[in-house]
Design a protein around this ligand. Sequence first.
Ligand SMILES: NC(=O)c1ccc[n+]([C@@H]2O[C@H](COP(=O)([O-])OP(=O)(O)OC[C@H]3O[C@@H](n4cnc5c(N)ncnc54)[C@H](OP(=O)(O)O)[C@@H]3O)[C@@H](O)[C@H]2O)c1
Length: 250
Amino acid sequence: MTGRVVLVTGASRGVGAETARLLATSGAHVYVNYRDKAKRAERVVAEIVAAGGRAWPLKADLTDPIAVTAMLDEVRERSGRLDALVLNASGGMERDRDLGYAMRLNRDAQVRVLETALPLMPALSRVVFVTSHQAHFHGRRPGYAAYEAVAESKRAGEDALRAKIPELRERGVGLVVVSGDMIEGTITVTLLDRAEPGIVDARRAEARSLPTVGEFAAEVAKAVVEPLETGHTVYVGGADYLTLTAPGRG
Ligand SMILES: NC(=O)c1ccc[n+]([C@@H]2O[C@H](COP(=O)([O-])OP(=O)(O)OC[C@H]3O[C@@H](n4cnc5c(N)ncnc54)[C@H](OP(=O)(O)O)[C@@H]3O)[C@@H](O)[C@H]2O)c1
């Protein structure tokens, strides 16, 4: 990754922050996108820089097209190109959001970020979409009411991104999906457990163990660099889901 330029969306905490740290450790110049938690994002950047890496914070609410354009303008001005785009930011469980927010962030904004970034991405660059098993396998297994809007919209986002594969292929840009089971210790899992007490313990017992943030982020970081076929899905945890994969849907 030495000298490679990577943008990780939603990197102020959780999986995105850890993915940014791992990519920076392997030599990438990492742009740390966040929505509004500037202190958290600056802390992630400071840790990377203190460890000898290169990182820069980029504030942009991805549902705001003007902010997305400004973010990628800054990448262009600073680096001139983007070698990998990690579409990690996600949301929809926030209390203060309207019903359409999940779809605007998890589908529409993902496509918009990709389309805005694409002119900066040379051949052999890579897009990684981060999702959850609950979203990836949406409709094929009973879900959780509190997560339904997120699962549906992230699946719609994955489908919309996959629909762009022919265009990406023409440019020599790869797209890989990384899907994970519930991740131990994340805010999402805390919110889920609060909404439907007991479901996390039940899932942990069913799956035997749940991936940690570090384990999941390691797979996301690997998906940026490993020679994977475009359209490939990397599964992390939740072996019981994998029998549900329907041919042709990914
Ligand atoms: N948590 C799980 O159990 C789990 C399981 C499987 C897959 N995943 C996937 O892993 C990814 C990361 O999950 P996580 O649990 O680490 O997330 P998280 O802790 O909720 O962090 C979300 C990140 O996204 C940013 N963000 C939220 N809304 C945004 C917006 N409108 N514009 C720009 N940035 C925005 C946040 O920025 P601010 O801090 O500034 O708000 C934060 O950096 C997601 O794609 C998720 O689906 C998670």
